[in-house]
Design a protein around this ligand. Sequence first.
Ligand SMILES: [Zn+2]
Length: 704
Amino acid sequence: MQPALHIRLPVLALSAFLCATAAPQVGAEGPAPLSSGPQPGVENNFGFPLAFDPSKMDTSLDPRQDFARYAAGRWLDVATIPGDSPYISGIVLMTKRVERQVNDLLADAASRSRSAAKGTPLQQVGDAYAGGMDLEHLGKLGAAPLMPEWDRIAKIDGAKSLASALARLELITNMPVVIGASVGTDLEDPARYSVVVADGDLPLPALEHYLAPELAPVREAYLNVIADSFALAGVPAAEAKLRAAKVLETETRIAGKKLTPVQKRDVRAAVTRMPYTELKAALPHTDLDTLFTALGLPTSGDVLVADIRAIRERDAMLGEYPLEDTKAYLQWEALRLTSAYLTPKFVDVQADLTRALTGQTDVPKRELVVAHAISGGLGHALGQLYVARYFPAQSRKDAEEVVGNVRAQFRKRLEQNEWLSASTRAYAIEKLDKMNIVVGYPEKWIDTSSVDIRRDDYFGNMLRLNEFASRRALERLGQPVSEDAFADTKHTLPTVVNAAYSPDRNGIEIPAAFLQPPFYDKAADAAVNYCTMGAVIGHELTHGFDSQGRLYDAVGNVRNWWTQEDAKRFTAETAKLAKQADAYEILPGLKLNGALEVTENLADVGGISFGYAALEAHLRENPAENKPIGGFTPAQRCFLAWGQLWASKANEGAMRQTLPTDGHPPGEYRMAAPAQHEQGFYGAFGIKAGDRMWLAPSDRVKIW
Ligand SMILES: [Zn+2]
């Protein structure tokens, strides 16, 4: 699990299409020759290679009018969305391949772990996986492993025992439950750790799911999940229904008070620093002393409070609701946060909800559910096994070289920048130079060897791993700051298909699993690699200077290093990106949300622009490579590879669900819109005023 209470600082990740319950293990690997005839099915990318390939293009079209379909029209014609995913895209396919690699590893580890030394990655990963896959044993156990936790909750008789229960729940789930506290780097001084107080997360993915009238079907499906889960855990059906209604009422009330994703972006508004005593006085119904003491935290000094309004509401509800209701709610929290470690029946009852949320019709395969849980608790043990088998040293070297070249282009742009004041420009260069970019895997792995992993105790294993992670985070208070690399389970584990910039450490992590086609292809020419992997690196670099990233300094402090004039100019320029996206009709009657997507769109513009610039520099140094391949110039192949990289289809329901909250624009938009800000794009395809792909020079952003 990731350090859950670490302030929800934005990790700005590249991909929108990664999802915890993605996709079964089918072979997306390797190009299937077209000569054998396009074979349907996601298994072989519908008959196309995963890597860039002109065969995916629809050359009967005019790139000046419809670049996206020109770049990938033949693929778009035949690609279908698999039942287990709301999307199909190169990233989905790549994710499926990585899932298959991971599952091969897990199955192999499980077959060899009995004889491995206790505490080694092989023993821990193999035995944990075997335990999760032993459906017969899990089925016999039912909800029994959870019952000791429920009994503890049932015995709550007042504020003190309630606070102890909250601490216990936080430790075993590594999540704040109702109100929790952990330790994270300080917002204004990342050189030290601070106590961070946060309230529990809500299970439905967006606040709208609780609040928007038109999303009532999601809530209906969710009510059934709660009631069915309670019933599976032994609560009589009528009582289970009553409890479900109460839970939804509680969560809806909290949803009405929580900060929206856009509000959370303003870290200064989202996080409040206050003396512990002041927080304690503000929460009269919470025994904060008991909670903090149980977590080993001091009951003095300052604390950082994330989303104070939601926390106050939580506290008010503890005072208002009968204790029996609170206990039923806590039992729900315990159940939902651990149900993945019980019999798969608890996952099965979520099928209708998943369908209502994402349009996915297939229940995720058991192997994937278990692999996901193991990535959470044993991500680095698994990462070691993965790197040893799948990540050649050459990939790391190649990526580091591209990183260096793309960074050099960005630096050059900053040096020549004409609109920034001298002081802002100088600091921007310093920030770029200090940016720590790491490829593949961490220098130092998290050592979980002390955690007791037993082949016959899946539930216990996962709770012990959660407790290990929570305590490890709590114990950092007062220690020198040393943040784990490649440790964000959602974004940066070596087995995650993604790349991410973290503003609070001014660093970029590019996981091992990411360096495969279509992002990186060791067989491809420079044009393809610079405008796929190189552009992704440019994308992440740009995040350090986008509307969020620019609020952090070179060492990750939240500090304004921009003059007022520079900030004004920056905002005025990014408004062009919002305007461009706002005008884009993605579905009949549905336009993109330019304000929400502006940081990602700016990063895409920076990405393709630096990728292209680095390619040009490469060709100047290697003029022999500056020649057409397959009838396309390097510049053309650059933009075509970028377009193919983002080619995707989403089902309409999923699109309507995710658009209001996802900061990433849909792939369809990313295929062409960012390139429209790059002069080289116009030259490569002869796009002129009057063409559909023409964006007036006054509407193009000129930031970097
Ligand atoms: Zn991004």
